[in-house]
Design a protein. Structure first.
Length: 246
């Protein structure tokens, strides 16, 4: 089974509308013709401009979060319906920064994944262990536990992109070795096999994220269980094209 690689840029809380326009305009010709599926996830306020600029290109636009209710008294939240209406195609769910700073739980992540799928949005569902958990030998139980809870009752797991992001490698310049990253992505695939069967596991894409750069993407992408990358810092300049076209 061949899985199409997917390279996504998570801009986090960076770039205003004007900067978004500049970066997207510089990247459109550079990522054109890429073998990988390409996703940019700018902040909410930039989404309308990003969708407009990328119409007719090979770039899909993603949000960095969504709420699972459609509308109502949820101050500060944005619903999946609202994203869909804008033309957004992907949504990052359960990023470790959301879990850490905004108290997101596995239960909430699961509801968001199910809702995104119901709306036809592609969730990029993040999981990963802390340095303390890795050093204590708990990386496997942490990640497998997240996958079991976050993907519980999902109808078609093959429509979910899973991003394995060891928290100790995010924004630190410290990348997991290709063997470490592949090992955890393998545990994730085993867990998907157990939950949804072998065919579904073979078809589901698993990204690695954590200090991916132009100089390390190729070796990571060469690993059996790694089907893409979720990129933070290195997605903020036109050099992101070097990652997309690894
Ligand atoms: C991320 O936050 O998704 C990420 C992987 O960040 P960075 O590439 O900067 O480590």
């Amino acid at each position: 089974m061949s899985r199409r690689p997917v390279i996504a840029g998570n801009w986090k809380m960076n770039k205003n509308v004007e900067e978004t326009e500049d970066l997207i305009k510089s990247l459109i010709p550079l990522v054109d013709g890429a073998e990988a599926e390409v996703v940019f996830a700018p902040p909410f306020i930039d989404l309308p401009k990003a969708v407009e600029l990328t119409k007719g290109t090979n770039i899909g636009i993603g949000a960095q979060n969504m709420f699972y209710e459609e509308k109502g008294a949820y101050t500060g939240e944005v619903s999946g319906e609202m994203l869909k209406d804008l033309g957004v195609k992907y949504v990052i769910i359960g990023h470790s920064e959301r879990r850490q700073y905004f108290a997101e739980t596995d239960e909430g992540v699961n509801k968001k994944v199910i809702k995104a799928l119901k709306l036809g949005l592609t969730p990029i569902m993040c999981c990963g262990e802390t340095l303390e958990e890795r050093e204590a030998g708990d990386a496997k139980s942490k990640v497998v536990g997240q996958i079991r809870k976050d993907l519980a009752d999902v109808d078609d797991v093959t429509k979910v992109i899973i991003a394995y992001e060891p928290i100790w490698a995010i924004g630190t310049g410290k990348t997991a070795s290709k063997e470490q990253a592949d090992e955890v992505c393998g545990w994730i695939r085993e867990t998907i096999t157990d939950m949804f069967g072998e065919a579904a596991a073979e078809a589901t894409r698993i990204q690695y994220g954590g200090s991916v750069k132009p100089n390390n993407v190729k070796e990571l992408m060469g690993m059996e269980n790694i089907d893409g990358a979720l990129v933070g810092g290195a997605s903020l300049t036109a050099d992101f094209a070097k990652i997309v076209k690894y």
